[in-house]
Design a protein around this ligand. Structure first.
Ligand code: ATR
Length: 284
């Protein structure tokens, strides 16, 4: 890497940030594009977030990504927030505009859809889809399914009240018919009845943790199963679904594409998605 007097700065803030895969992914893309840019990790303690945003802008950074715990706290600190990021309640990408404005985006929903698009699983236009989870990731998935013109989404969550709240908000704010079910045998059965797509947007099954309590018999084609977990690459849910003949997809493509969209926002260039995916795989 060559740093010059004209090198443009981007990066990621988190706390801690040492585990992040984003520098590997973005610097590989920057090298591929031949840009005089650098992407760095910045550990930012929560109480220093406002200072960090102002500081990055003051030193001329083009923008930054945000990860845990900053994605929600960023919203009130920016000049503008996209409608999608406002619905999701989280910003993962900030662009410092040349005119001085700071603009917050959330690239997860679009990343979710682009990954689906390249996988050969049809977006659930006009279909019913089930989303497991009601946290930030589930909100991004709900936004994506609304964008994809799903006919109906059913939000299934361990804490039922959170599923109810998200379903009501989705119905009102993003124009998709939504209802809630609890994470019980009956709730899951009702959610999966006549459903084209099941999405796991919980952390259940991540890094070898226990998976969702979904009966193997409920996972049958034509149901497609999309687990946004990427480590391990095949959760128990995906393994069972694949064994039953369902089309499956893990979260690596979504992770790659949310990064690619961020890079496109900053550079205005088409991101080298394959290079980014390979860099992620090598870093994992
Ligand atoms: P994220 O931003 O990744 O979505 P989050 O907002 O903390 O993280 O949400 C985590 C989601 O995973 C929640 O829907 C959570 O269910 P609760 O609302 O009941 O807490 C769900 N979740 C996490 N671990 C789970 C598990 N072992 N079984 C079922 N659901 C789980």
């Amino acid at each position: 890497m060559r740093i010059t007097g004209k090198t443009q700065l981007v990066g990621v803030i988190g706390y801690p940030v040492s585990h992040t895969l984003s520098p590997a992914m973005h610097n590989a893309a920057i090298a591929e594009l031949g840009l005089d840019w650098v992407y760095a990790p910045f550990p930012v303690a929560p109480d220093r977030l406002p200072e960090a945003v102002r500081g990055l802008q003051a030193v001329g950074a083009r923008g930054f990504n945000a990860t845990i715990p900053h994605k929600e706290s960023l919203l009130p600190l920016l000049d503008e927030v996209s409608g999608e990021a406002a619905f999701i309640g989280a910003v993962n990408t900030v662009l410092f505009h040349e005119d001085g404005r700071s603009i917050g985006y959330n690239t997860d929903a679009e990343g979710f859809l682009r990954a689906m698009d390249e996988s050969g699983i049809a977006p659930p236009a006009g279909e019913k889809a089930a989303v497991m989870g009601a946290g930030g990731a589930a909100r991004a998935v709900a936004a994506a399914l609304a964008k994809a013109k799903a006919r109906k989404i059913v939000i299934v969550n361990r804490t039922f009240e959170k599923a109810e709240a998200l379903a009501a908000e989705a119905d009102a704010a993003i124009g998709v018919s939504a209802r809630a079910e609890p994470l019980t045998e009956a709730g899951i059965a009702s959610a999966l009845d006549g459903t084209a797509l099941l999405v796991n947007a919980t952390s259940a099954g991540m890094d070898g943790s226990a998976g969702l309590p979904i009966d193997a018999d409920a996972l049958r084609p034509p149901l497609a199963v999309y687990d946004i977990v990427y480590s391990p690459p095949q959760t128990g849910l995906l393994k069972t679904a694949a064994q039953n003949g369902c089309k499956t997809l893990n979260g690596l493509g979504m992770l790659t594409h949310q990064g690619a969209i961020a890079l496109e926002r900053w550079t205005g260039l088409k991101a080298p998605v394959e290079t980014m995916r390979q860099a992620l795989l090598a870093a994992l």
